[in-house]
Design a protein around this ligand. Structure first.
Ligand SMILES: NC(=O)c1ccc[n+]([C@@H]2O[C@H](COP(=O)([O-])OP(=O)(O)OC[C@H]3O[C@@H](n4cnc5c(N)ncnc54)[C@H](OP(=O)(O)O)[C@@H]3O)[C@@H](O)[C@H]2O)c1
Length: 245
């Protein structure tokens, strides 16, 4: 269903996987989508042509200044930001005794700090508009834990705590903040899993299948929309029943 909607949604990491599904789903709802990406500029340009009203923005969000520059750039080219989907992220998995402090720093710089900075810069605009929806993509492992994912889970749990706090802080300005916590979703991030690991994971998923990026995008579209007007400070779990929160 397409609706007339002059609202602008910024999706980070929007050129592939879950981010691309969010871009497509929000565009279907009539949002003008600001598609952030980091690599593969040719894919970015193709997306801009394929999605009416979309603009593309290329930044490496692990560089601190990039977050402020991205928000300024979206504002100057698209006028406003109504919905922020903090989706960009990486996973670096290692058992604790072998985990490198430099990898932990990289995860914090890529997964956590940009969520803080982008929320901070977008909130100023949203406060002026007295409305907005911030949607942070976390992970089931931030709730359940998983061997070898302590560093990654730390970033995702931190986002959950930050989201709850900013939801309380921004509610009086009409701004909502929520998380979507995917389970195991078929994307580049999970494509490298060994067959035996996939089998073992599947046995832990009651619905006995991995999720699709579109499954996550549906939850994001709900949280972006007025249908979730009374939903803030919470997490929607999209994980085939692995964990219910
Ligand atoms: N797939 C799953 O099973 C799963 C489960 C739970 C949570 N998640 C979360 O869902 C989100 C999307 O993951 P995905 O599975 O769709 O993975 P993906 O296909 O690997 O996408 C990750 C995105 O993050 C972007 N990114 C990475 N480092 C960046 C940086 N320094 N600056 C800017 N952008 C950067 C990538 O941009 P480029 O490609 O342009 O470099 C890419 O678009 C992540 O936050 C992930 O933690 C995924």
């Amino acid at each position: 269903m397409s609706t007339v909607n002059e609202k602008v949604a910024l999706v980070t990491g929007g050129s592939g996987g879950i981010g691309l599904a969010c871009v497509q789903r929000l565009a279907k709802d009539g949002y003008k989508v600001a598609i952030h990406f980091r690599s593969r500029p040719e894919e970015g340009e193709k997306l801009k042509d394929a999605i009416p009203g979309a603009e593309t923005f290329r930044y490496d969000l692990s560089e601190e200044a990039a977050c402020q520059d991205l928000v300024k750039d979206v504002k100057s080219r698209m006028g406003r930001i109504d919905v922020l989907v903090n989706n960009a992220g990486i996973s670096i998995d290692q058992l604790l005794p072998f985990a490198k402090p430099s990898d932990f720093d990289r995860l914090l710089q890529t997964n956590l700090k940009p969520v803080f900075l982008l929320s901070k810069f977008c909130s100023k605009m949203m406060i002026r508009n007295k409305s907005g929806s911030i949607i942070n993509i976390t992970s089931v492992v931030g709730h359940t834990g998983n061997p070898g994912q302590g560093m990654y889970a730390a970033t995702k749990s931190a986002i959950t705590g930050m989201t709850r706090s900013i939801a309380c802080e921004l509610a009086s300005y009409g701004i909502r903040a929520n998380c979507v916590a995917p389970g195991f979703i078929e994307t580049a991030m999970t494509s490298a899993l060994a067959p035996e690991v996939r089998e073992q994971l599947l046995s832990r998923i009651p619905l006995r299948k991995f999720g699709q990026p579109s499954d996550v995008a549906e939850a994001v579209a709900f949280l972006a929309s007025d249908q979730s007007a009374y939903v803030t400070g919470t997490t929607i779990h999209v994980n085939g029943g692995m964990f219910c929160g």
